[in-house]
Every structure is written in C-alpha cells, then in structure tokens.
Design a protein around this ligand. Structure first.
Ligand SMILES: *[C@@H]1O[C@H](CO)[C@@H](O)[C@H](O)[C@H]1NC(C)=O
Ligand SMILES: *[C@@H]1O[C@H](CO)[C@@H](O)[C@H](O)[C@H]1NC(C)=O
Length: 440
C-alpha cells in the first residue's frame, strides 16, 4: 500500500487536472477581435522573433518574424510530438488554398512516416529568408494558440484548431537565424499567412500592426485586428497616431509603399524619381522588410542621401571618421549630442503618396547607429546597381519604435513615425496577463 500511495496520489491529481480543464470550457460566445504576440530583438542577428504556442499538448517555440513571408514554417524533424498533427492529402482543399502555384506538387517521403514525412501530401517550398536556402516541406495542420487582448494587457488564450503551416527541414535553420528559433512566421499578403488565417478564423478585419522594439531587453508587440492598442504611460491609444498611405503588393507578393521624395532638414534630396516607381516588371519602388536590418538604397540614391546628409550635418560641426562596414557615412560619437529622439542630427523625411502627401519622419534614433567604439554611422546601406528589385528597402532599424498597421482590406499602411515623438515606445505595451489563460 505504501508503495502504491504515490501512484494513487499521482493519478488523483492527474484526474483533477483533466477535470479542471474540462469543467472550465471557454465561453462559447467568446470571440476575440484582437490578438497579441510579443516581438523580441535578437542581439546577434538584429532579426525579430516571437513566441508562438502550437501542438497538443501546447508548447511555446520561438519564430523569426518575416513581414513578407507567405506562411509559417517550422522544423518537424526535431521530435515533433503532437496528437493533433494532420497532413492534408495532395489535391485537398487545404492544399489548393495553400499553394502559390496552380498545380500543387504532391509530396512523398521515403523514410518512416512522421510529422513532415508522409506520402500523398502536398509540398510547399520553404525558404530561409536570410540565406535564401530552399527546401521542399510538407503542408500540415495543427493547433495554434494565441493570447487575445482588448487593447491593453493580454487576455485569455484562444486557439485555431487546423492552423495551416509547412514542416521544413531543420537544415534551413543552420545559418543566419537566431539560435533556438524553430522556424519563421510569415506575415505576408498570402492565403495562409499568420494574419490571414487569424483574421478569417476569428472573423475580424484583416489588419495587423507591427511595433518592433529598439532594445534587446524590452520586447515590442504584434497585434492582429484593429486598434485601440494601448501603451504606457497613461494608456495612450497609439493607433490614433497613425497616418496613412496606400499599401501595394509587388508582383512577387511583397509589401510596398510609394515614396515620392526624400527630404533632409526639410530640403529635397535630388534622386532619379523613375527609380522610386514600381514598374510593370516588378522593379523599383520601396519595399518594407523585417529581414534587412538597415534600409538599403539603390547606389545613386545612397550617394545622393549620404552626400546631402553629410553636408547638412557639417553645420553641426561633427567630424567624420572612417566608415565602418556595411555603412558609408560615420561620425565621431563624442561630438554628437544626445536627445530624447536619439543623436541630434537632421531629420530624414520620406514623403509618401496620399491625397495630400504625408511624411514618415526618421529622427536620429532611427537614422544613426553605434557601429563601433566612438563611431556612429548613418544606418543606411548601399544597395549597388540592379542588385535588388526594389530601389529602397526600408529595413528593421527604421521600423523600430514605429507603429505600422497593415490594413489588407483597404490596402493602406498606417505609420506613426517614431513613438518617441509621442513620449512612448514599442516596449510600452503591458504584457501582464489579466485573466488566467485557458485553452479552447
Ligand atoms: C511512401 O511510399 C513508398 C513507396 O510505396 C514507401 O517506400 C515509403 O516508405 C512510403 N513513405 C511513407 C512515409 O509512408
Ligand atoms: C500592468 O497591468 C497590470 C494588470 O492590469 C497592472 O496591475 C500593472 O500595474 C500594470 N503595470 C504598469 C507598469 O502599468
């Protein structure tokens, strides 16, 4: 009996856990209109990650956030254990929905059947967004759980039972990505991207907002669904600080905006405006990326911007120093004075298309980066000639502490410019959960 007792106690508590999870079903009427994920900045790669709960039993895994990624992929060859994993068969409705090409390729696998390896399922090409290494993965479905919110503090967890994603080979994780990530979460304009599936499952408008942190020690947030999004101090609804510009999707499915002019210190920087237009071949224009750490400018634009910026900054009597790669224009940090909005330098404004032109203001906090001891550089990179499809790729450093709302129903991008201008930042969402989490 004495030996049996611990087992009986164990069984008793086990049944309690089962009972309590059964006796507290989620209210059937509970349909969140907004969800929230944390966003972390990785020190080593300058990429941004989030934690997503998946599988049964539910486990949390880190994923790289890829704004232009078409879906979520995860490595399944490292002990993927889940009682709810399914691989839709080839030519199923799920495959038709997920496939980017009209004829989905049928997938087969020669080793033992396991998640990521079944016969007659459909293949999805998965890619490491940093190295561009590709590998064929298997389309899969499993439970995804995510915290709901009313705009401040995360609330109860809710779940999507048949969330569609791809199982990829773990070899894709070997280079360029933060350690420990298990895959990439795509936020792109695509049928099975994270924002599309969450909006269609919960029935809210296909809108999501990115608020990337500038610090590696305080996380930012990603919201799915419309505002309000409240930030400290004083529960400010930062969605009210958005200015809008048309959002376009390039032929390759990437998020683009139309920059019509670049200004430094309110003066127009001369650039070849033909480069600023996305042409029929899908070249030119301005893409937004969370994978490029710094904004990339086509060579002639880069030269014009750096020359102009150096010229304007010469009025501030800040000596230039030898440039540190990958940057082209660097200064003596000691001679730059610091302000609430970062180093004191001329603002760079991106003038964006709208009925009236609108301005995306880039203050020192988003234009200058400490590149070495005593060296502060203009955080823009020379993209060369014809090397990139887009003439400008707005990179993550310029997105930090800037609330960006992607409205996929109205094709508009809302941007706040630096939240520091409004006395808050992307690290000011209160992530203290208000209700005991439960699983649907
Ligand atoms: C797929 O089919 C092939 C040929 O019939 C077989 O050798 C292989 O083991 C199967 N793979 C799985 C994962 O069932
Ligand atoms: C965060 O939210 C919790 C729960 O509502 C609250 O108790 C706490 O004071 C908030 N923290 C801050 C710094 O506002």
């Amino acid at each position: 009996m004495a030996r049996l007792l611990p087992i009986l106690i164990f069984l008793f508590f086990n049944s309690l856990i089962v009972l309590s999870s059964q006796s507290k079903p989620p209210p059937a009427s509970f349909k969140p209109n907004k969800l929230v994920l944390p966003a972390y900045k990785d020190k080593a790669t300058n990429l941004f990650t989030t934690n997503i709960h998946k599988r049964t039993p539910s486990l949390q895994f880190p994923f790289v956030l890829n704004l232009n990624g078409k879906f979520l992929w995860v490595t399944c060859d490292r002990k993927y254990l889940s009682s709810t994993y399914k691989a839709p068969y080839c030519h199923s409705t799920q495959c038709a929905k997920a496939s980017t090409t009209p004829s989905a390729s049928c997938f087969s696998c020669s080793s033992h059947a396991r998640p990521g390896c079944h016969n007659n399922t459909c293949g999805l090409m998965t890619q490491n967004p940093v190295t561009h290494q590709n590998s064929m993965g298997e389309l899969a479905q499993d439970v995804l759980s995510i915290q709901s919110t009313k705009g401040s503090n995360p609330g109860p967890f809710v779940s999507v039972p048949g969330f569609l994603f791809a199982c990829a080979s773990s070899s894709l994780l070997s280079k360029g990505l933060p350690r420990n990530v298990q895959g990439v979460a795509g936020l792109g304009h695509a049928p099975i991207s994270l924002p599309t599936q969450l909006a269609s499952h919960f029935g809210f408008a296909p809108k999501f907002a990115l608020c990337l942190p500038s610090s590696t020690s305080n996380n930012g947030a990603v919201f799915f669904g419309d505002g309000p999004y409240y930030m400290r101090p004083g529960n400010t609804d930062v969605s009210r600080s958005l200015t809008y510009t048309p959002l376009t999707i390039s032929p390759r499915g990437k998020y683009h905006v139309s920059v019509t002019q670049i200004r430094i210190n309110n003066k127009v920087v001369p650039v070849n405006t033909a480069l600023l237009t996305l042409n029929r071949q899908g070249r030119g224009g301005t893409k937004i990326s969370t994978i490029e750490p710094y904004t990339i400018l086509e060579h002639s634009i880069f030269q014009s911007v750096t020359t102009y910026f150096a010229n304007e900054l010469s009025n501030y009597k800040v000596p230039r120093v030898k440039a540190v790669a990958p940057f082209g224009l660097c200064f003596d940090s000691r001679k730059l004075s610091n302000t609430r909005l970062g180093p004191k330098v001329p603002n760079i404004d991106l003038v964006l298309k709208n009925k009236q032109n609108v301005k995306w203001t880039i203050p020192g906090a988003n234009s200058m980066v400490q590149a070495g001891p005593g060296v502060t550089c203009l955080a823009f990179v020379d993209g060369g000639v014809n090397k990139h499809r887009a003439s400008m790729i707005i990179g993550a450093y310029q997105l930090q502490d800037n609330l960006l709302q992607f409205d996929l129903a109205r094709s508009m991008l809302g941007f706040s410019s630096s939240l520091l201008l409004r006395g808050t930042s992307c690290s000011n969402f209160n992530f203290t959960a208000t209700t005991t989490p439960y699983m649907e």
